[in-house]
Design a protein around this ligand. Structure first.
Ligand SMILES: Nc1ncnc2c1ncn2[C@@H]1O[C@H](COP(=O)(O)OP(=O)(O)OP(=O)(O)O)[C@@H](O)[C@H]1O
Ligand SMILES: [Mg+2]
Length: 457
């Protein structure tokens, strides 16, 4: 029998049910986090990254299906199993059509539940390269790209994955830093151990220390039991310190000590516990500026940043856009149970030329919006324009761009010289005849630029 090291999130508003499930799943070797509402579950998902969510359908406020939709939008590959009360099969059928992994009817058989969980986990986490003889590319299977810059980054990532070096992942928001962190973990010898991501910016300062390093019972008022920190939870595996630039200074000191000494001391404890964890960190902030301002410790920076991997913005790898857009379309068509065949050529062109300040995440959101609104199998340009809301960068042919530049250049010179063609021609290093010919070509007359007759050129 294999060791279950996976981390599960269980959502149910019934405290007894939660306790029962937690006990059972702990006994099966799983790490379990719990939430009593969809909102609490989503908050927790911002902080922790369980490998599977098990949720009741009936919840106060947003129900399990709404929770599933939110999870699918934010973490498309996170499997969700729903628990339904007896007699609500139609709900359940709808749920599986929407992409929920499976559902179980209460009261359910414990072994059946464990079976479904194992099945879902096996499908969602591809075998590690260690197990498959190191030949497989499954570690990067989720990363869709054909750009050579990404290929370089991935090749470096794969090399670095073999070592235990600390890696800092840089790149604008939504470029895929977390996704790359997961891939590095999968390509490493630690693949069969946990990967845990913690968003240092999302946890209140007072909680972050105990979240990272744990606490013992009685360490502070609310510490009713011993609590293992994320460092210990990631034992043998990889810990991603996401948004590291948001880590408070006081905690930076403590983190540095942990990284140097490779031991954690839970809050309120006098004992140090050795930890074997590979550290990845990510940020979209300019840490150089933060260090210059004294907001980020230089010594910690060098500890975390043994190797830097930088993800290029989407606008610098436009060849990936059609590939990603189609990939997301296929995924989302399944989510919305729609028969969508692709993008109209002009629609794809609009996507390929948009500005994408939000990078791949924004592209995903745009494709999601058009999938939701599409009424025809082929996504039309109008839907894309509506979803983009920002005007696309206009793509000109080289001839058009030259023309446009040339006219602007002539206008600038003529303005500068108040319409004196001889002077303008001299500045352009052209003779007057030639300059006149150019002006004619663009419909410009010197009179337009004389100060007393200023009109529109
Ligand atoms: N190359 C890719 N192929 C497929 N999906 C991608 C790719 N890059 C990013 N994504 C998807 O885009 C979304 C954003 O990626 P991710 O969360 O890794 O970005 P990030 O750099 O960590 O962003 P942030 O700085 O905002 O946290 C995720 O849903 C991810 O699955
Ligand atoms: Mg991120």
């Amino acid at each position: 029998m294999t060791q279950n090291t996976a981390h599960l999130l269980v959502v149910d508003d019934d405290a007894d049910m939660l306790r029962l499930l937690t006990m059972r799943l702990n006994a099966a070797g799983y790490k379990v986090s719990t939430a009593t509402s969809a909102e609490a579950a989503l908050n927790l998902l911002d902080i922790e990254r369980p490998q599977l969510v098990l949720s009741d359908v009936r919840l106060p406020g947003r129900d399990g299906l709404a929770l599933f939709d939110d999870i699918r939008a934010r973490h498309p590959s996170l499997p969700v199993i729903l628990l339904t009360a007896h007699g609500t099969i139609p709900d359940a059928v709808e749920a599986t059509e929407r992409g929920v992994f499976t559902y179980l009817t209460k009261p359910f058989d414990g072994k059946a539940l464990e079976g479904k969980i194992a099945q879902a986990l096996a499908l969602s986490s591809p075998p590690s390269p260690v197990q498959s003889g190191g030949k497989s590319d499954s570690w990067q299977a989720e990363i869709i790209s054909r750009s050579s810059r990404m290929a370089e980054t991935l090749a470096e990532a794969r090399l670095i994955a073999q070592s235990d070096a600390s890696v800092m992942l840089r790149g604008e928001s939504g470029t895929g830093k977390e996704m790359l962190a997961q891939a590095i973990h999968r390509a490493s010898a630690r693949a069969s151990h946990p990967f845990i991501a913690v968003n240092c910016g999302a946890i209140p300062e007072a909680l972050l220390e105990s979240e990272l390093f744990g606490h013992v019972k009685g360490a502070f008022t609310d510490a009713v039991a011993n609590h293992k920190g994320l460092f210990q939870a990631a034992e043998g595996g990889t810990l991603l310190l996401d948004e590291i630039g948001d880590m408070p200074l006081a905690l930076q000191v403590k983190l540095l000590r942990v990284l140097q000494e490779r031991v954690v001391r839970p809050l309120g404890s006098s004992q140090s516990i050795p930890v074997d964890v590979r550290i990845l960190s990510a940020t979209h902030k300019d840490l150089d500026a933060a260090m210059a301002d004294g907001q980020f410790r230089t010594d910690l920076y060098y500890r975390l940043n043994v190797v830097t991997l930088t993800l290029p913005p989407l606008s610098e790898r436009r060849e990936d856009i059609p590939l990603l857009a189609n990939h997301f379309l296929v995924k989302l068509a399944a989510k919305y149970s729609k028969r969508l065949s692709g993008f109209a050529p002009e629609a794809l062109k609009a996507l390929a030329t948009a500005a994408w300040p939000g990078n791949v995440r924004q592209l995903y959101n745009v494709v999601e919006q058009v999938c939701a609104l599409a009424t025809t199998p082929l996504i039309p340009l109008t839907l894309i324009q509506r979803a983009l809301r920002v005007p696309s960068i206009q793509v000109l042919t080289l001839a058009e761009a030259r023309q446009r530049f040339e006219r602007g250049y002539l206008v600038d010179l003529l303005k500068l010289t108040d319409g004196n063609v001889a002077d303008a021609a001299r500045l352009a290093d052209r003779n007057r005849t030639e300059f006149y010919r150019l002006m004619q070509k663009h419909g410009l007359t010197p009179g337009h630029f004389k100060p007393e007759t200023q009109g529109n050129p």
